[in-house]
Design a protein around this ligand. Sequence first.
Ligand code: UT7
Length: 325
Amino acid sequence: MKNIGILSTGHYLPSRVLTNADLEKIVDTTDEWIITRTGIKERRIADKDERCSHLAINAAIEALERGKIDAKDIDLIIVTTITPDSNFPSVACLVQKAIGATNAAAFDISAACSGFLYGLTTAKQFLAGGIYKKVLVIAAEKITDLVDWNDRGTCVLFGDGAGACILGEAEEGHGILSEHLHAQGEFGHLMAVITEMKDPLEQDNDTTKSPVINMQGKELFKVAVNSMAEAIEISMKKAGVSLDQIDCVVPHQANDRIITAVAKKLNIPKDKIFINIHKYGNMSAASIAVALYEAEKQGSIKKGSLVALVTFGAGLVSAANIVRW
Ligand code: UT7
């Protein structure tokens, strides 16, 4: 089996910033409540005419440029998103066309906030098995389209963005050392976007109503902490490494208090954990992809670093990878 690693990363964040002060004007909340209960200070919001594919394409272009990789050398594009432009075509096909990856296959994955790690692990299988040489994985979300801007319990949490990476053969001893994917469908009701069912013979079918995020935050919080802690432990065991060897933990950024609780449970020093939730809120699958990009850019991850990636999301789906950078 070949060593498979991340050759390059990219990201894209919409320029429009929505601060806690802006939210104070639309719901009964305060900057103080949002910061102390979540750690979020501001988030990015895509423009009305900026769709998921727009974010994905820009993140992909940066990953190609930074890796000096020709789009024609990409064999497969995987986009992980729960907010595609439309039911079909897939966002991956829209990206394929835009970047000119004419030799690539393309499909989307739906695994909510765990999508990026589900994408990495899927990509690794195609590469390790020798089917493909280079795979582009993009996590892109315009999740603010699913937000109920009247619900203070959820609207303060989310933001839009995208992160991308290109995977291929890595040097000996480097690359993705282990993976853990898990699902607990019994917790699916804790966070959902429910589409209304329609009867073709009913005259009052309202096609203008858009579905929004429904969340039981408190319950989700507890399951999130347990599943992330378990995912890190399992992936470390599979990789044959211990916590003291890990240089940087990059977690899903849903709530700073969830990250702190996981750190406490596993006894991880908080300075080993990369956090950027204060700037972007929860960008679903894109959160960890953008965090990974920034962790490398800011020097928290260097060549040779041992990195733990860990996520949880609606489904409930959790995932972790141990990577030697
Ligand atoms: O990617 C997965 C996405 N989701 C998550 O990870 C969510 C996980 N859960 C959480 O992050 C937290 O549960 C929340 C941030 C959503 C909520 O924090 P909490 O500490 O669990 O608050 P709570 O829901 O227990 O609410 C406490 C109080 C309530 O008021 P009362 O009943 O005590 O009077 C809420 O109505 O805070 C109130 N509240 C707010 N107050 C001001 C809820 N949202 C707000 C708000 N501003 N935005």
